[in-house]
Design a protein around this ligand. Structure first.
Ligand SMILES: C=CC1=C(C)c2cc3[nH]c(cc4nc(cc5[nH]c(cc1n2)c(C)c5CCC(=O)O)C(CCC(=O)O)=C4C)c(C)c3C=C
Ligand SMILES: [Fe+2]
Length: 425
């Protein structure tokens, strides 16, 4: 469902029809294709729970649904969920534009069903049978290499020029880039994995997984009231993000709907910059809290800027302390990253934390799966990262290990698929 501004609206009905359809599957397996379910090894479970008309209402978390269809893809303007997967695929040798179109059609149909809480026909996995949609979103994008491989070079957007090399980059090419990109988010880990598994199976023969990263955020309801999330450095992160209610939000985040030219198919779309940023947590944790706060420019406890006020007080970059020093240090992260320091450049940050065990030296392999959304990377991520690369006090505690830039087309309507205007236009 989209409101008049075209933004996705969350459905929070206690028990939407679409949710019932998946949750009642166990009881109606015969009618909807028991073959799939039984093939998944669920014969016993189906027998034991044959009648599920007494199914209890889902929690608010489970029943929340974000529509797949609409002018923009879901998973951009809505809050990042508790569980996320980022995946990149490369087209298999011989897979052409037609094969890519068929894959996007399959993927879109599956994403539409799953986000509505329905079980795709023939799905025997059983992974998310008891759950509702849990705010699942599935977002699809195209990398630069996709266009040459499908004979669509002439329609590749200029905005997909490779990102410049930054001095602090230590990028692993195997975990960077890719022909196709998929972002999955859900407030339930099984619902998120279910989507990942089905999409990966549907890619067989057409595209091969290039890399995958898994991340997390705080679970909804974990705090007394909704709060801005924290990252693994313990900071409140996301405060000064553009808000959907801002006058210029759409212009900053989405390609205009009347966009023309060879890449007119990107109208209503957005560009995602993906960076895997490892945090040097052992070094960070050794800093005093006062030093940590100076590095960011905000208080750790409540996220208030060091220029005063509360978390939401506008930052005063000119404020001077009684001793004559700047309240927000010259190399503080929020000073260097602020639109005011970058000729207005801004992006929507929608990140997931990650933890992939421990490295040989005992340090956590952990950090941020940073995803920045903007209408044009040259007016968003690129100028800001150029500045951070040179003068950010936080960069001493970070390692950029992987990177990707993806063109994420606008959303599609029922019966259509994401990318159709590119692949069939
Ligand atoms: C190129 C863009 C950015 C990268 C890369 C980046 C990495 C990064 N940031 C934090 C933690 C925080 N960032 C905060 C604010 C902030 N960060 C960016 C951009 C990048 N950050 C911007 C544009 C802003 C907003 C600046 C402003 O206008 O005030 C904050 C403060 C809270 C907030 O506003 O979100 C924190 C904390 C980490 C840990 C990190 C890499 C791992
Ligand atoms: Fe930041």
């Amino acid at each position: 469902m989209a409101d008049t501004t075209g933004k996705a609206k969350k459905t929070t009905a206690t028990e939407p029809e679409s949710v019932l359809s998946r949750r009642r599957l166990l009881g109606t397996a015969g009618a909807v294709g028991a073959g799939g379910l039984l093939a998944g090894g669920l014969a016993g479970a189906a027998g034991a729970t044959a009648a599920r008309d007494d199914v209890a209402p889902l929690s608010g978390v489970g029943s929340a649904a974000l529509p797949f269809h609409g002018p923009h893809q879901a998973g951009i303007a809505d809050p990042a969920q508790a569980h996320g997967h980022l995946l990149a695929f490369d087209l298999a040798p011989g897979a052409d534009r037609k094969a890519a179109a068929a894959l996007l059609r399959r993927w879109s149909a599956t994403a539409a069903e799953l986000t509505a809480g329905k079980a795709p026909k023939g799905d025997g996995t059983g992974i998310a049978l008891d759950a509702g949609p849990s705010s699942l979103t599935v977002t699809f994008g195209f990398g630069r290499t996709f266009f040459d491989r499908t004979g669509l070079t002439a329609r590749r957007p200029a905005a997909l020029e490779p990102l410049p090399a930054f001095t602090q980059d230590a990028l692993d090419p195997k975990r960077s880039d890719g022909d196709l990109w998929v972002q999955i988010g859900a407030d339930d880990a099984l619902v998120a994995f279910h989507a990942l598994r089905l999409l990966q199976k549907q890619a067989a023969g057409t595209a091969r997984l290039r890399w995958q990263m898994t991340g997390f955020n705080r679970a909804p309801g974990a705090t007394e009231r909704p709060l801005t999330g924290r990252n693994l450095m313990g900071q409140i992160d996301g405060t000064n993000n553009p808000k959907p209610s801002d006058r210029d939000f759409d212009a900053r985040v989405f390609v205009p709907r009347d966009h023309e030219g060879a890449d007119a198919w990107m109208a209503g779309g957005s560009y995602a910059v993906v960076r895997r940023i490892r945090m040097l947590l052992d070094s960070w944790d050794n800093l005093s809290q006062e030093r940590q706060e100076r590095v960011i420019g905000r208080r750790k406890s409540d996220g208030a800027p060091l220029s005063g006020g509360t978390e939401t007080t506008p930052v005063d970059l000119d404020k001077v302390n009684p001793d004559g020093t700047l309240a927000i240090a010259g190399d503080a992260h929020i000073r260097v990253a602020a639109p005011a320091s970058n000729r207005g450049a801004a992006m929507l940050r929608r990140a997931y934390s990650y933890h992939d065990g421990f490295r040989d030296d005992g340090a956590p392999d952990a950090g941020l799966l940073f995803v920045a959304w903007q209408a044009d990377p040259m007016k968003g991520f690129v100028p800001v990262q150029r500045k951070l690369d040179r003068g950010d006090g936080l960069s001493r505690f970070l390692r950029h290990e992987a990177s990707g830039l993806f063109a994420v087309p606008g959303g599609c309507e029922e019966g259509e698929y994401v990318g159709q205007r590119l692949l069939e236009g």
